[in-house]
Design a protein around this ligand. Structure first.
Ligand code: GLU
Length: 319
């Protein structure tokens, strides 16, 4: 049986590319409950690395939604768009170790050259890993003539990374075979998600990363980066995803999962929390309830038990 011996610091890490929907609210609720039931706290980090898709008004809206729902945070908001200098230092540390190389492949090249991975990810074929200095110069010029720049990849060894996930159990990947060399700096000069998230989790004192199971396969890369950068590895809890009746992950496409619809359907934030608590096995029958009230009837372990082993929860709001 899992026990917590210390208060855990969890995080909400929304990407401000749209308003919250049932899936985000469920994951945030579980994160909040896990952190609070351990006696810990929540950090809010706005993951706005993607400058084109991220909008300040979505960040504001998401914060208002959290507040309404009673999903409080103790520190932050911290914004990724303000932290390029910190990411640059981590990037330099990796580059100084000779672990980074420029990649000149276009999106089309990547699709043509890469071996398909189980699921949707691609394992990079190491096309640019062993280029000579001259080849690098030539490719850099070729891209510059098209107004483009290379991205930068981290070399990964053939090493198995094991995650003792609190919800999904033991999960293993071989970095070279299952992930491949991955991008840490993008061709638009922004730092990639894996690098930023690892640097931020450490800087913000995160000891519990609780998020959707769709990110489980990103975790080996993140643990590997933590090792190279001398950072602690937090506990991981990869939560079931809310899916629609056809088994597809909920997204903005699902109108009946949107915050607006949920407010209409359940009349209050406590109604929304109640419905999600029933779907997530935290409450037997529907009643409006606040996260604080739910916390009073649960322990860290009973919350984990409710999620354990599950990869998906079907969301049928009208049932
Ligand atoms: N920003 C990501 C999202 O909104 C979460 C990333 C993470 O939890 O590591 O899906």
């Amino acid at each position: 049986m899992t026990t917590t011996t210390q208060p855990l610091t969890g995080r909400f890490a929304p990407s401000p590319t749209g308003r919250m929907h049932a899936g985000n609210i469920y994951a945030s609720l579980i994160t909040w409950l896990l952190a609070k039931s351990s006696g810990g706290q929540i950090v809010l980090r706005i993951e706005d690395l993607d400058k084109q898709r991220s909008k300040p008004y979505f960040a504001e809206q998401i914060m208002r939604d959290y507040e309404q729902l009673g999903l409080t945070w103790d520190k932050g908001p911290f914004y990724q768009h303000e932290r390029d200098e910190t990411y640059a230092k981590a990037y330099d540390l990796l580059a100084q170790q000779g672990l980074v190389y420029p990649c000149f492949c276009s999106r089309a090249d990547l699709h043509a050259q890469s071996a398909p991975h189980t699921g949707e990810a691609y394992v990079y074929a190491k096309t640019c890993r062993n280029f000579t200095k001259d080849e690098v110069i030539n490719h850099t010029k070729r891209l510059a003539a098209q107004g483009r720049q290379p991205s930068y990849r981290l070399i990964v060894p053939s090493q198995v990374v094991e995650i003792p996930d609190l919800v999904q159990g033991r999960y293993c990947e071989n970095l070279a075979l299952d992930c491949g060399d991955f991008v840490i700096k993008r061709s638009d000069c922004s730092y990639a998600y894996h690098l930023a998230v690892v640097v931020d989790d450490a800087a913000q004192g995160i000891t519990l990363v609780s998020r959707g199971v769709d990110l489980l396969s990103s975790t080996p890369q993140q643990i590997y980066l933590q090792g190279l950068l001398g950072l602690n590895t937090p506990e991981y809890a990869h939560l079931p995803l809310l899916v629609d009746k056809t088994g597809r992950r909920l997204s903005k496409r699902n109108q009946d999962a949107s915050m607006e619809y949920l407010m209409e359907r359940y009349h209050s934030p406590a109604g929304i929390i109640g419905a999600l608590a029933v779907a997530g096995g935290l409450l037997e029958s529907f009643e409006p309830i606040t996260p604080q009230e739910l916390l009073a009837c649960h322990s860290f372990n009973s919350i984990l038990e409710a999620c354990k082993g599950s990869q998906a929860i079907t969301w049928e709001p009208d049932k």
